[in-house]
Design a binder for this molecule. Sequence first.
Ligand code: FAD
Length: 445
Amino acid sequence: MSKMMALASKVDMAKVAKLSEKVDLNELLGLVSSMDERTLQQMMKLAAPKKPKALPEIDGDFYDIGALLTPEQREVQLKVRHFMETEVEPIANEYWQRDEFPQQLIAKLKALDIIGELFDEDGNRREGAAVTEGIIGMEMARVDVSTTTFFGVHSGLAMWSIALGGSDAQKREWLPKIRDFEVIGAFGLTEPDVGSAVSQGMTTTCRREGNTWVLNGQKYWIGNATFSDFTVVWAKDEADNQVKGFIVRRETPGFSVAKIEGKIALRAVENGHITLSNCRVQESDRLQNANSFRTTADVLRMTRAGVAWQGVGCAMGAYEKSLAYAQKRVQFGRPIASFQLVQNLLVQMLGNVTAMQTMCLRLSQLQDAGTMRDEQASLAKVFTAKRCRETVALARELHGGKGILLEHHVARYFADTEAIYSYEGTNEINSLVVGRAVTGYSAFV
Ligand code: FAD
């Protein structure tokens, strides 16, 4: 009877009133009061709310590539993952919408000390740095591609330009400051009228006058340039027609930057349109070991794998967000994850992600071994950009109408992938590089 009293005190009379419309309450109460304690307990068990079904953990690393990393690399991976989930994800959509880079991230990235995982104090690459760099890029893009792009321009394109093209003195001066985010770098190669063909058709010029160089021309799409402390500018020497590299400091007279507005991808990356108008740079800021486009191409070779990893991370994030959504979203009385066609979408996404991860991991191993060829990096760029595009489109589809809302993140991945698809060599240009290597015929025009 004590059980009955306890039950009675919890009774919601409104619900009882509703119940009385469906069953005869007198009959029900008579039935209940005739029950013994054991039966009553069994009844209460049946009536208790059901525990939610235990679902598998959401994990976009299906083939456990994490197990192939060294303990140090795994530590970096988890450190970056935590950083991205706690510091970046909460603000990513806001800054994407504002079309603005979140400046406060710079101090936080400095505290994270991740470039130090790639380059030692003397600016030399650490063992396994390509794999570490790839994993960092993947983890960043898994949450926000804009952050990865900021990081890739600074620690990749700008830093590699000095690491490969700079003299020992230039490396000593710049690399530690870049590593510690004391200065932010940009990389100025593309021009308004010359993109893919920049190796042949560069129009920005440099002319030596005594101990200074005079730079004239324009650079377009230059990531970070609106606020960077320096931009590595590539220009053709009027004297020998060779491409040379310059560290152009932001305050240099004749150097100006306008922000490119109206992007539909990577909106939190600030891209600049640079004008160089009789911009004078000291000979000491010319990259002393960059005497032809070959050095520029070497830089791009080193960073192309990083862009392939961006595609991996972006697709991985889109898959994980989709799986989480599918498990929660209920239609026709069931989670959409239980529908065959929705599972098919998830399996296609996971297949893409897994193929991309394993391909890029091998590519980075080749890079660490010093044997990676151009066409190998290009193949990974072509493959991952395509598969990423397919994956984010499936993710958007799985989210239904909500897939076009920033709130669910996949809309941002969907848009950002369009930039991944075109920068660091378009799909066509990278395909031509691979095609030339495997057929022995160059189809470049
Ligand atoms: P185009 O070269 O004009 O190409 C247009 C189309 O023609 C493409 O589909 C291309 O594949 C195709 N095409 C061209 N030539 C051939 C051919 N021979 N055969 C077949 N097809 C061909 N650059 C920098 O220097 N620094 C940066 O920091 C930087 N950041 C960027 C960030 C973003 C968000 C974007 C979108 C671009 C960035 N870029 C940057 C520039 C980027 O590298 C170029 O956009 C890219 O190289 C392509 O050049 P393009 O846009 O001028 O296209």
